[in-house]
Every structure is written in structure tokens, then in C-alpha cells.
Design a protein around this ligand. Structure first.
Ligand SMILES: NC(=O)c1ccc[n+]([C@@H]2O[C@H](COP(=O)([O-])OP(=O)(O)OC[C@H]3O[C@@H](n4cnc5c(N)ncnc54)[C@H](O)[C@@H]3O)[C@@H](O)[C@H]2O)c1
Length: 359
């Protein structure tokens, strides 16, 4: 990936004033994360349903004077917002992010980057044109054990293959039961993004087979196996199911990473294990500079980026590739053919009316 362009910093010593947009289930979790971080202050809460915003604030002590409303621009002005945290439903990520950038406000958005890949390319272009930071919070990246696995991976020498097994049987009810691609769209983006993080490789091509077992309680395909070619020829093999009763894996999946000198495994819950079979091991694990766990980690990453100009994990150009893995896998399954990730991105840009990049 070519380096993303730099973005405008927000200098200052006072807590960064953040506006929360979307006060549903995940928005309430974000309110707690904001309250626990002294580097930020809540500038306001926006929701199409103001009652939802008020209910969410009622759970947070000391927020009586926090502005609430349905208009992002109006509440941002009243609260003196310096940045937006977008925790709305995926369909609203496009309009909310565009409005925030238009107001000159950088955005930390919940995953997924947008409701589809074409909209995602529109937002990446808008962030580029605005010169503002748009970062996606991929909270499962901020996990101490995942960072430990990445450190162990450095000891294995040249990497060959990563496998992830994800087998769970959640009975969610609701929208996931009706989705066409519940596993790949709603869940696998986390696992794919974590694989990119540990491998430090970008996706090149994929062959994917989605299917729905006869006993599945989902309408769409709740199971899939995908073989990704990553840069440098590394293979990433994902196999998963959301209707797999018995012997469930963790939400992080079960990992095995093979390199020239040995292998590492991780059950997604405990500590990763490594065995160096031969040759000199690479440098040992370094203390992972984890900025914090879960959403607290992505908030720290966002604030540090705005204060210092350091490129954060999850910056939209980078996160676009995790979402592209999802859509390339779906395209491969639909056509029963190996799909190049660059082709899927090109098609998404064309659909969004964005001119092709000059090579
Ligand atoms: N990272 C994770 O682990 C994780 C977990 C759950 C949800 N999420 C993500 O968080 C986001 C929100 O999910 P949720 O479960 O909280 O959904 P939700 O439906 O519970 O809440 C969404 C809220 O956004 C509001 N909203 C919708 N459109 C809006 C708009 N244009 N302007 C202002 N408010 C608007 C709704 O009224 C609702 O209150 C989604 O992108 C979802 O994928 C991430």
C-alpha cells in the first residue's frame, strides 16, 4: 500500500472535545470509554432518536450539561466539538462522516468503514480531499495476546502460512439471521483485519467458498472457507462457521502460524505458544506497545494521532484493505473464481464514480 497522505493535527493541551454520534448499544460502550479517558471530554451526543441519547447519558454521572440533539452541525457548534466519534449503524457511516469532514472535524468511526465497498472508497477520497483524519475503530486489534502473537511471529523467520479456525453457534436473532453473508460481512472483517495486523501483509487475491449447512438457522451463508494470497506469497487460510454447535473456538478464532524456523499457535484466549524447531530464532518478543485494550486502545490511538500527526492503525486507507478482503471473498464465492483484491477495489471506485488512480 502506498503511504496515506498526512492529515491535519489538532494542537492543544486541554482534553480533546469529542462529539458522540449514535447512542445505541455500542454508543453506550463508547460513552464509558470516553468518560474513562482524561485526554478527551464529551462535547455532545447526537442521535436521530434524542430519547436514546438522553437514556445513554442518564447512565453516565456528571453529564447533565452535555448538549444533545439530532443535528450533528448544531450540537457540534454548541459543544465546541473538535472531533466526531461515529457509532451509528453502518448505513449512516457515509452521511455522518461526510458531514463531519465538511465541518472540518476529524472522525473516529466504528467498523465497518461503510455499508459497502463503493461507499468506503467515497469516504477515503473525502478524507483525502479534506486533509483530515478518518480512522476506523477495529477494536479487536487492541488485544494484548494478539500483540504477543505478532511479537512471536517475528521469531519464526520468513512466514509461510497462517490458518484461522472460527467456529461458534450464536443465536442472535434479528438482522444477522436475514443477511446474505452474515459470517463474512458481520464477523470475518475482525478476523481478516487481525490477520493483516499479525502478518503485516496486504491482501492480493482470494478464493472463497461460502455455504450454508442444512441445519443452519441463518437465511444466508453462515459458513465459509477462504484462501488469501497476501503480499510476499504468504497464504492466509480462514475457515469458519456461525452455526457450529459444540467445541466452539474463541471469538478471536484459533490460529496457527508457520514460518521457516518454527510455528506459533494461539487459541484466541490464552497466551500464544511458539516452538522454534531449528536455526537461530529472530529477536525475542518485545514488550508490546499496546495503547490500551479494545475501544480504549483505539481512542488513545486516535487522540495521539491528532496531537502528534503519527499515522494511526485503522487510518481509512489502511482499513479499506480489510474491508476489501471481505468484498473480494464474497465476489469470489459468487463467481466461483479466484478474485484479485485490486480488481474489486477498482470496481468499487468505478461504481462510486471515482476516477481510476494513475499508476
Ligand atoms: N467493534 C465491535 O465490537 C462492535 C460491536 C457492536 C457494534 N459495532 C458497530 O457499532 C455501530 C453501531 O452498532 P450498535 O449495535 O450500537 O447499533 P444500534 O442500532 O444499537 O445503535 C445505533 C444508533 O445510531 C443511531 N443513528 C442511526 N443513524 C443515525 C444518524 N444518521 N445520525 C445519528 N444517529 C443515528 C440510531 O438511532 C441508534 O440509536 C455499527 O457500525 C456496528 O457495526 C461494533
Amino acid at each position: 500500500m502506498t503511504a496515506p497522505p498526512p492529515f491535519a493535527t489538532v494542537p492543544g493541551d486541554e482534553p480533546l472535545r469529542v462529539l458522540l454520534v449514535g447512542a445505541g448499544g455500542m454508543g453506550r460502550a463508547w460513552l464509558r470509554t470516553i468518560a474513562a479517558d482524561a485526554r478527551v471530554a464529551l462535547a455532545g451526543v447526537v442521535d436521530l432518536d434524542p430519547a436514546a441519547a438522553r437514556r445513554a447519558l442518564a447512565e453516565e454521572p456528571g453529564t447533565d450539561a452535555v448538549p444533545v440533539g439530532t443535528s450533528l452541525g448544531e450540537v457540534a457548534a454548541r459543544g465546541g466539538a473538535q472531533a466526531v466519534i461515529d457509532v451509528t449503524v453502518p448505513a449512516a457511516h457515509l452521511p455522518v462522516t461526510l458531514e463531519a469532514l465538511d465541518l472540518g472535524l476529524p472522525v473516529l468511526g466504528e467498523k465497518p468503514l461503510a455499508a459497502d465497498l463503493a461507499q468506503a472508497t467515497v469516504l477515503v477520497k473525502a478524507a483525502e480531499d479534506s486533509g483530515l483524519l478518518f480512522m476506523v475503530s477495529q477494536n479487536r486489534r487492541y488485544d494484548r495476546r494478539l500483540w504477543a502473537l505478532k511479537a512471536q511471529a517475528a521469531r519464526l523467520g520468513e512466514l509461510g502460512v497462517l490458518t484461522q479456525e472460527f467456529f461458534r453457534a450464536p443465536r442472535f436473532g434479528g438482522f444477522r439471521d436475514a443477511m446474505d453473508h452474515p459470517l463474512i460481512l458481520d464477523m470475518a472483517v475482525h478476523n481478516f483485519d487481525a490477520a493483516r495486523f499479525v502478518l503485516d501483509r496486504d491482501p492480493v487475491a482470494v478464493y472463497c467458498d461460502e455455504y450454508n449447512p442444512p441445519w443452519s438457522w441463518y437465511r444466508g451463508d453462515a459458513s465459509a472457507t477462504a484462501v488469501f494470497e497476501m503480499t510476499g506469497g504468504v497464504r492466509f487460510v480462514y475457515t469458519g462457521s456461525w452455526c457450529a454447535d459444540g467445541l466452539e473456538t474463541s471469538w478471536n478464532s484459533r490460529w496457527r502460524l508457520g514460518g521457516a524456523r518454527g510455528s506459533a499457535i494461539w487459541d484466541g484466549e490464552g497466551e500464544p505458544e511458539v516452538e522454534i524447531a531449528h536455526g537461530p530464532a529472530g529477536p525475542g518478543p518485545v514488550a508490546p506497545p499496546l495503547p490500551g485494550a479494545g475501544t480504549a486502545g483505539s481512542l488513545t490511538e486516535f487522540v495521539t494521532a491528532l496531537r502528534t500527526g503519527r499515522m494511526p492503525m485503522g487510518e481509512c486507507h489502511d482499513n479499506l484493505l480489510s474491508l476489501a478482503m471481505v468484498y473480494a471473498a464474497i465476489a469470489s464465492s459468487a463467481t466461483r473464481a479466484r478474485v484479485q483484491v485490486a480488481d474489486v477495489l477498482r470496481a468499487a471506485r468505478a461504481e462510486a464514480g471515482i476516477p481510476a488512480e494513475v499508476p
